[in-house]
Design a protein around this ligand. Structure first.
Ligand code: AN7
Length: 352
């Protein structure tokens, strides 16, 4: 295995960088596609891998696109990064801003991002404002702000974000030897499904994979504008990362769905939470609720026969489970208090 390089150095020839673009990195990307044999058997699939993006430096896939956006911002002499966020974009922007010397300005929907993500942005020194409105309102506000001021918008409407994120598709093919037949992926603002589809198409066009995957997108039932075919004014879901009612990359998601002969389906919060727990209990991988929507949608697609037995499938797990402990801890039993001697511990465990 070659030494870690990070997204820009590893895929420089396939990214929108110039000789003057600084080759920055926090060693993002190069995340594993982890085999999930027990969930694979449960669904009767041919293979199942989990692309665990929670292992990126700030714990989500956002770092792949952020490094490219920040490198270009530095090249352009920008003074600051600005974003709206459901949490992960702001955590990533704050880390890269801190490391590479740019102010980071964040607008979040008040009370609706996980504490872990908010604290990440805070510890990295971002300047954070909360609005009494949802992500869609916050994004609209920062788009207007960035149009008027010499700051760089680092939401996925920044095309360099999508370019960086497409490298996850390259890695899947590089690691597995070909594209999966089906890729299940959560969809919020729809930048990531757009990026994966672009990445697979670029590799396919160069003959680096023999097939294109069908893209199966997952939206939370209470925040499913792409499934309903119109924006949702008041999106709601336990998966706060994808609590988005009017995705910026709407057309990108529709193109990925239609060109790949895939689907975008709604999954209930209850099914998302069961999927999160199953991934942790059965495969040893702890992802955040939005990420678990990919397993929930794959299960639904298998059940509804959209995905046939024997298929080679992959779920994109976009963020780390440690991001949102409040949701994950609901319904868990507290540790039993015992005396500190071995006999008491053994007795409490039923070992004698
Ligand atoms: C864990 O951080 O929109 O469809 O502001 O954090 O590309 O938006 C996060 C989105 C999936 C959806 N999984 O990806 C933000 C933000 C996780 C996420 C998505 C997000 P897109």
């Amino acid at each position: 295995m070659a030494a870690r390089q990070g997204v820009i150095a590893r895929y420089a020839a396939r990214l929108p960088i110039t000789p003057a673009t600084p080759r920055i990195t926090l060693f993002e990307g190069e995340t594993p596609s982890i085999p999930a044999p027990r969930l694979c058997a449960e669904m009767g699939l041919g293979s199942l891998h989990l692309k665990f993006e929670g292992l990126n430096p700030t714990g989500s896939f956002k770092d792949r696109g952020m490094v490219v956006a920040v490198a270009r911002a530095l090249e352009d002499g920008s003074a600051a990064l600005v974003c709206a966020s459901t949490g992960n974009t702001s955590a990533s922007a704050a880390a890269y801003g801190a490391r590479f010397g740019l102010r980071t300005l964040v607008v979040i929907p008040s009370g609706r991002i996980s504490v872990g993500k908010l604290v990440q942005a805070q510890v990295h020194g971002a300047e954070i404002l909360a609005i009494d409105g949802n992500f869609d309102v916050a994004l609209s506000a920062v788009r207007s702000l960035a149009a008027e001021l010499p700051v760089t918008l680092v939401n996925s409407v920044n095309p360099h974000r999508i370019e960086g994120q497409k490298t996850a598709a390259f890695e899947i093919v590089d690691d597995l030897g070909d594209a999966p037949e089906v890729v299940a992926i959560p969809v919020g603002n729809a930048g990531n499904i757009t990026a994966y589809w672009r990445g697979f198409r670029e590799y396919f066009a160069e003959g680096l994979c023999s097939r294109l995957p069908r893209m199966i997108g997952a939206q939370a039932a209470g925040a499913a504008p792409l499934v309903r075919g119109r924006p949702v004014a008041d999106p709601d879901t336990v998966a706060t990362a994808i609590r988005i009612g009017n995705p910026a990359s709407w057309q990108g998601a529709i193109d990925a769905r239609d060109q790949s002969e895939g689907a975008i389906l709604a999954v209930d919060d209850a099914d998302i939470l069961v999927a999160q727990r199953d991934l942790a209990m059965v495969e040893g991988v702890f992802c955040e609720p939005a990420s678990a929507a990919s397993l929930a949608v794959l299960r639904a697609a298998v059940r509804d026969r959209l995905v046939a037995p024997g298929t080679a499938a992959l779920c994109v797990l976009t963020g780390n489970g440690l991001k949102d402990l409040a949701v994950a801890s609901e319904g868990l039993r507290a540790p039993v208090l015992v005396a500190s001697d071995a006999a008491s511990i053994a007795a409490a465990l039923g070992l004698r």
